[in-house]
Design a protein around this ligand. Sequence first.
Ligand SMILES: *Cc1c(COP(=O)(O)O)cnc(C)c1O
Length: 380
Amino acid sequence: DLHFETTAIHAGQAPDPATGAVITPLYQTSTYAQEQVGVTRGFDYSRTANPTRRSLEECLAALEGAGSYGLTFASGMAAIDTLLRLVKPGEYVVVSNDVYGGTFRLFDKVLAGYGLAFTFVDASIPAQVEHALRPETTLVWLETPTNPLLKIADIAEIARRVKSSRPGIWLAVDNTFASPYLQQPLALGADFSVYSTTKYIAGHSDVVGGAIVTRDAGAYERLKFLQNAIGAVPGPMDAWLTLRGIKTLALRMERHSSNALHIAEFLQNHPAVERVIYPGLDSHPGHAIAQRQMKMFGGMISIILKGGESAARRMTAATRLFTLAESLGGVESLIEVPAVMTHASVTGSALEIPGGLVRLSVGIEHVDDLLQDLEQALNE
Ligand SMILES: *Cc1c(COP(=O)(O)O)cnc(C)c1O
């Protein structure tokens, strides 16, 4: 029963039995010598299993409590795609209507063409999720906080309503924005925690990856089969980098969250800003739920500028520390305009994002330097 910080450093990462190496070795190999035909030491081919990847999978599982299983993938999208193979043609998926643009694209432009049906609802209202359930529904897909509107869905309340409607319906939560340090979906009643480990888990903007964590042994076996059958697995180097990042996840999330809260409060009082969206502010409609289900409020802030898209373009060109780039969750601060960058694929759909919305991924630099950078960029 170790604490999160200790688990992140030790779970799945005992010193290497062959050499005593304290850090999990990078097993950069595709195949493994067999003593006789079929006699292996547990590894035969790296698509199926690799020791470095296994360490990462064990660590991610341990971070969500005893009895959890972890699987990792080549990207967050590969993890989501593999999970969706649990849903068969003719079945329904209820989805929160403000999901990551790439998730929306996969559901709407790819999987819908294979006979899966998607119903989009405002999951910040649990009754909307419940009312959208049909006899053919097998999966409910939530993201909280969402990207980029930072809406909050009440995981425990939705789990209760979904499971009392029909216990067999799965609940998956994309927990990328919170990370397992700030939010534990499985403990709140979800069946699957899904991650783009590219973001906070790896945390250094140097690797793309994904993960699924579950306590459902049957679903785990099926997903493990699918992971090998489909083959969208991370390479050993990517697994190694992610393991390295995970060791400091708790420290980083604390600093991301405290920096972001300071910055959100500053921006709230700036005359160029129409609205600040941050779950840590009293003004956020999901603040009370976030306070209950999250440890802190995370490093993501969205702001709506009074001057619309042209103001957003000017501000993001004027920051010096906040780098204009897609992605999030790294130690360095990033800034972007979702409507024309990360969320361009939802333009024209119900998920369209206002042009004046600027998304900040607040890093772990000194907060005073970040505040000064935003102030000079907004004053331009
Ligand atoms: C980035 C992201 C994804 C996709 O992950 P990739 O690693 O880019 O494939 C999925 N969900 C959320 C919330 C994300 O931010």
